[in-house]
Write a new protein. Structure first.
Length: 437
């Protein structure tokens, strides 16, 4: 029996529904992951370095539909298994790394709302992390016979060197007082401050007695502070995943782009020089976001010099030691395994329930190659959608033969793929881009 045999019906349906829509499923990635062992191994080494108190920064670059978001989600799951905390968010017109009108704070708030741990992999784990920290402080206070607030101050003493460290201690002590008195308003206010959801200092001072908030200019410093806090709470480190970085490339203002690139340069310098501790950044973007000399990262000379790829890694050779990870195309063999995995998800691991025989898989790939060309495995999203839709029809129409259906499904899918490339930019510009395979 394969691991898929233990797949619950609910999880099976979640995976298939996502794949049929061309988006990344939130669960069950291990059931369909194939290939890219080198890239995954490089990111695993980064995560281990973060857990050892180091830092890392990576740019995962791939075309639309090449598997960036799937890869980023897989990296997050690996980080959770290694006892790291992860946060993630998609950039959008109203969410970016640097801004002056709340967009940077919006990115921080969205990322922290998605904070995940191994026991809460779907996000919303900030309260769990805070409770774990407070519980340890209460235990310390009982062992030493001191006040809990004094124990909180002692544990957070190392945070005083960080921007906002004093306010962190004040907010966490307010959270403890709220939990002790069953004051849901006070604990909620503390979590709201930690998520960066206060827009004015006056409101935060009235609710918590602190004079500062996490604002647009503090996002990177606040992420480093959060990384230090989660380590004090007993986790290995913090992995920050920002996808849809192409939204920076789409900014119309050159000044706004350069201000965001300056923040990225700061992150890159800290990550490569080892100035940061226990934190890693993984950015997902398209080749244009990286290499466009007019609007991409390469338009910023300091970033171009740091992110330029190894000139010797050409003609099929790869170098995964630098900050840029280009997602290599899936090989036809990888895609064959992927289709077999999807077939197993449909049957929940029972070979007797397979909807198509083994010989159908290479025939399906051959047909895709004739209709779409090599893009069917270089950007496999549409091929996966077509295969899931094929199996769905066969499942719901038991008397239908698979060989008669292959042609019609993929012809329609080919046209859809062409239209998708035409509208992809507009979708991203509107901030409505979904998780991409």
């Amino acid at each position: 029996m394969t691991a898929t045999a233990s797949l619950k019906t609910r999880d099976r349906d979640t995976i298939l529904q996502a794949l049929a829509a061309g988006v990344v499923p939130r669960t069950g990635l291990a059931h369909i992951q194939v290939g890219r062992a080198g890239e995954v191994g490089a990111l695993v080494r980064d995560i281990d370095r973060i857990a050892d108190g180091g830092s890392a920064v990576r740019f995962v670059i791939g075309e639309y539909g090449a598997g960036k978001t799937f890869f980023l989600n897989l990296v997050r799951l690996i980080a959770l298994e290694r006892k790291c905390v992860t946060i993630h968010a998609d950039l959008a017109p109203d969410r970016r790394i640097h801004a002056t009108a709340g967009q940077a704070r919006g990115l921080y708030a969205e990322a922290v709302r998605n904070l995940a741990t191994r026991t809460k992999p779907d996000g919303g784990a900030l309260a769990t992390v805070v409770e774990k920290f407070i519980t340890e402080c209460v235990r310390d206070a009982e062992d030493k016979g001191t006040a809990v607030e004094a124990a909180i101050d002692a544990r957070l003493a190392a945070l005083q060197v960080h921007v906002g460290g004093y306010d962190y201690a004040a907010v966490l002590k307010a959270y403890w007082r709220g939990s002790e008195t069953d004051d849901a308003g006070l604990t909620g206010a503390a979590l709201r401050w930690l998520r960066g959801e206060y827009s004015t200092k006056t409101e935060a001072r009235q609710a918590l007695g602190v004079r500062n908030i996490i604002d647009d200019g503090d996002v990177y410093d606040s992420l480093k502070l959060l990384a230090a806090f989660v380590r004090l709470a007993g986790y290995a480190g913090l992995v920050v995943v920002f996808d849809e970085m192409v939204n920076l490339y789409k900014l119309q203002s050159a000044q706004a782009r350069n201000q965001n690139f300056e923040q990225i340069l700061r992150i890159v310098n800290d990550g490569l020089q080892g100035s940061a501790s226990g934190i890693g950044f993984v950015f997902g973007g398209t080749p244009e976001f990286l290499m466009d000399s007019r609007r991409g990262l390469y338009s910023y000379e300091a970033l171009q010099s740091r992110l330029m790829e190894n000139a010797f890694a050409g003609q099929g050779l790869i170098d995964l030691s630098g900050p840029v990870v280009r997602l290599q195309s899936l090989t036809p063999e990888d895609l064959l395994v992927l289709l077999a995995n999807i077939r197993n998800v449909f049957s929940q691991g029972d070979p007797a329930r397979h909807l198509v025989p083994d010989e159908a898989l290479p025939l399906f790939m051959t047909h895709c190659n004739k209709r779409i060309g090599e893009a069917y495995f270089r950007t496999p999203r549409n091929t996966i959608k077509a295969f899931v839709q094929l199996l769905a029809v066969l499942e719901q129409n038991p008397g239908q033969g698979w060989s008669e259906l292959i042609g019609g499904v993929d012809v329609a899918n080919d046209a859809e793929g062409a239209r998708e490339h035409e509208v992809a930019d507009d979708v991203t510009e509107d901030g409505l881009a979904t998780l991409r395979l």
